[in-house]
Design a binder for this molecule. Structure first.
Ligand code: MRU
Length: 357
């Protein structure tokens, strides 16, 4: 490992949208990384839903924006000339996209904005072009906003990182997971570029290895001193005085600060709390769910048994062993030292209800 900090940052974007006639949307197939960097075309809603479910595109903000662009593509190419029918079609696409993954609320928050837009179109008797243009404009705004927010998260998150800090992170929260440079990883990239000489311990993140495959790859490309550990090493590493702080992302943060994130986050938070290591969450405000008062109500995605029965595509356990595979867990807000959004650094007791923000 080296102590050299990266001075410039060049990231690989998780998706690319090219406006034009017709517009084109591609995503980097995150299942193939880090050994194969391949872009796959997303030609509409069904392909987007498949890619999101298969985790070819993943990460809470990226899911929402790819879904928004897929909706735009589908509505732009639809031959429908009847305004009422096109609005109904758009509504069905929104619900279909919204059903692709349940836990990350960024998708739900984005789709809600499209619902409101479609409802406005239906009630105001606008020309059909207005619906197409408004959907395209909203998709572009969501992407631009997320890109800008990531920069702010990087700057604010880095304020929490002392020079020479040793940081543990979980899952993948980098450029691949957003429209910008990431969330928690944005803070690490920024600290690296500021020459803070940080060292990052990345958990491998079973079962789908987002940490081992994606986070280590992004950190190394950014010139950041990186060590990969298995998930089961996290408590030991935290107990051994090797870690100054934990920094992770989020899929849904509810009013009291309870935070859903990749399975394994809760265990890390509990161990960090026990050993007095600060535990930070970095996420855009699009990850806030004002409607839920506490984390018990967050829907936790359960994924297929084969993800757990095997490892890196290789079957390991008996092929018929029953499996329980929750993809996320919920860390109580009172285990979180601070939550960084683009609006600032929030400390508990949290109040992310509309009243409190
Ligand atoms: O199942 P994934 O890979 O989509 O889970 C991703 C995470 O849990 C991330 O930590 C979270 O979405 C934040 S991404 C900026």
């Amino acid at each position: 490992m080296t102590d050299t900090a990266a001075k410039t940052l060049s990231v690989v974007r998780g998706f690319r949208f090219e406006p034009g006639h017709p517009p084109r949307l591609t995503v980097v197939d995150q299942r193939a990384l880090p050994h194969t960097l391949k872009e796959i075309p997303i030609d509409g809603v069904e392909r987007a839903v498949d890619a999101i479910r298969a985790l070819q595109v993943r990460g809470a903000p990226a899911i929402a924006i790819v879904a928004a662009y897929a909706l735009q593509l589908e509505i732009e190419r639809s031959p429908e000339t009847d305004a009422r029918k096109l609005a109904e079609l758009a509504g069905r696409y929104v619900e279909r996209l919204n059903s692709s993954r349940p836990t990350a609320v960024n998708l739900g928050n984005a789709m809600q904005q499209f619902r409101l837009l479609i409802a406005r179109f239906q009630s105001e008797d606008r020309p059909i072009a207005w619906l197409r243009e408004s959907i395209a404009a909203l998709a572009g705004e969501l992407a631009e906003a997320d890109e800008e927010i990531c920069q702010t998260l990087g700057r604010l998150g880095s304020e929490l990182i002392p020079r020479g800090a040793r940081i543990l992170t979980h899952c993948n929260t980098g450029a691949l997971a957003t429209a910008g440079i990431g969330t928690a990883l944005a803070a690490l990239f920024t600290a690296g570029m500021q020459g803070k000489g940080i060292r990052v311990y990345a958990t491998e993140t079973r079962p789908l290895l987002q940490g081992a495959r994606l986070t280590t790859w992004e950190l190394q490309r950014a010139g950041i001193d990186t060590a990969l550990i298995t998930d089961s090493m996290a408590a030991h590493v935290l107990s051994s005085g090797r870690i100054d702080l934990v920094m992770v992302g989020a899929d849904r943060i509810v009013a009291n600060g309870d935070t859903a994130n990749k399975i394994g986050t809760l265990g890390i938070a509990l161990a960090a709390h026990h050993y007095g290591v600060p535990f930070y969450v970095v996420a855009p405000s699009t990850t806030l769910d004002f409607a839920l008062a506490s984390g018990d109500a967050i829907p936790i995605e359960e994924r297929t048994a084969d993800e757990v029965r095997g490892f890196g595509g290789q079957a390991v356990s008996p092929l018929d062993v029953p499996v329980y595979n929750p993809a996320f867990d919920v860390t109580p807000g009172d285990l979180i030292t601070a939550i960084v959004t683009e609006k600032g650094i929030h400390r508990g007791p949290y109040d992310f209800s509309p009243r409190g923000t």
